[in-house]
Design a protein around this ligand. Structure first.
Ligand code: ADP
Length: 268
C-alpha cells in the first residue's frame, strides 16, 4: 500500500501558545478508512488543517501525495485532492441552490460547462441528493447539508476526504446518513477517509483507529485492538460505548462474548 499522507516529526504551535501537536510520525495509506479519536482540545482539528496545507508545521513535514504541504506552488494540487468537511453544516453552503453549491469549487478550474454539469450530477447521485438539485440549501436538514458539502468535494475528484467532526452537530439520522456516504465513498470509489470524531462508536466503521491525547498519537490499531482497551479509552476521557462496556463486563464474568460481536450496524 502507498502512503497518501506522510507525517514526519510533525509539531505545531499556535503563536504565543504551547505546542498542540508533538512530534507526530506516521503514514496514512491510500484506501484506508481511518478514524482519529480524541477528546476536545487533543489537537485533532489542528492536525486536519496541517494535512491540507491550511496550517504549516512549526517543525517537521507533512507530505501529501508526494508533495510537501509547504510547497506553495503546488498547494492547489493538495487542496484539490484533500477535501475537508467541517463541523458546522451552515458554514459550508455558499450558493442559492444545491446544484450551484456543488459546482462552486469547479468554477475556478476552467472546466467546460457540459463536463461540469456531468460532474455535479454524478456527485449528487453519489450522495443520493439528485432530486434536491434545484432546492435552496437552507431548506435541507443538517445531514443533507453535509452531503451537499461532500458532493462539492467529490466533484473535484479527491483522493482523500477529511471529516473534521462533521457529524457532531447532527441528529442521529443525519449522522448515519453522512457516515453511510463516507463508507460508500471508501468502499466503492477507493477514496481515503480520515474521520475525526470524539464519538467512540463511530470508530467501528474504520479499518484503523488513531487515538490522540494532548497532541500525541497514543494508540494506533484496528477497531478490535483499540476498542478492547477499555481502560485506555476511559483514561483518555472518551466515552466507552454501552455495547463495548457490556462486552467487557460479560467477559470479566467468564462469558465468551467478544467485541467482534459488536457490529457496526448497531451504532449507525
Ligand atoms: P480538537 O480538534 O481535538 O478539539 P484543536 O486542534 O481544535 O483540538 O485544539 C488543540 C489545542 O489548540 C486546544 O488547546 C485549543 O485551545 C488550541 N487552539 C486551537 N485553535 C487555536 C488558535 N487558533 N489559536 C490558539 N490556540 C488554538
Amino acid at each position: 500500500m502507498q502512503p497518501i499522507i506522510q507525517l514526519r516529526n510533525l509539531s505545531f504551535q499556535y503563536k504565543n501558545a504551547e505546542r498542540v501537536l508533538n512530534n507526530l510520525t506516521t503514514n496514512l495509506f491510500e484506501g484506508q478508512f481511518i478514524t482519529i479519536l480524541g477528546p476536545n482540545g487533543s489537537g485533532k482539528s489542528t492536525l486536519a488543517k496541517c494535512l491540507n496545507g491550511i496550517l504549516h508545521p512549526t517543525d517537521g513535514v507533512v507530505i501529501v501525495d508526494q508533495i510537501d504541504t509547504k510547497n506553495e506552488d503546488l498547494i492547489w494540487h493538495i487542496r484539490q485532492h484533500v477535501g475537508v468537511v467541517f463541523q458546522n453544516p451552515d458554514n459550508q453552503i455558499v450558493a442559492s441552490t444545491v446544484e450551484e453549491d456543488v459546482a462552486f469549487g469547479l468554477e475556478n478550474q476552467g472546466i467546460e460547462s457540459s463536463a461540469m454539469a456531468k460532474r455535479v450530477e454524478d456527485a449528487l447521485q453519489k450522495v443520493n441528493l439528485e432530486e434536491y438539485k434545484h432546492t435552496e440549501p437552507h431548506h435541507l436538514s443538517g445531514g443533507q447539508k453535509q452531503k451537499v458539502a461532500i458532493a462539492g468535494i467529490i466533484a473535484m475528484k479527491p483522493k482523500v476526504i477529511i471529516f473534521d467532526e462533521a457529524t457532531s452537530m447532527l441528529d442521529p439520522i443525519g449522522r448515519a446518513e453522512v457516515l453511510k456516504v463516507a463508507k460508500q465513498l471508501n468502499e466503492e470509489e477507493g477514496i481515503t477517509i480520515l474521520h475525526i470524531t470524539h464519538f467512540v462508536q463511530e470508530a467501528l466503521l474504520a479499518d484503523r483507529i488513531l487515538i490522540m491525547d494532548r497532541g500525541y498519537i497514543i494508540a494506533d490499531g484496528s477497531p478490535k485492538e483499540i476498542l478492547s482497551k477499555k481502560d485506555l479509552l476511559e483514561e483518555t476521557g472518551l466515552d466507552v460505548p454501552i455495547a463495548v462496556d457490556l462486552a467487557h463486563r460479560l467477559k470479566e464474568k467468564g462469558y465468551s462474548f467478544h467485541t467482534d460481536l459488536v457490529r457496526e450496524e448497531e451504532f449507525i
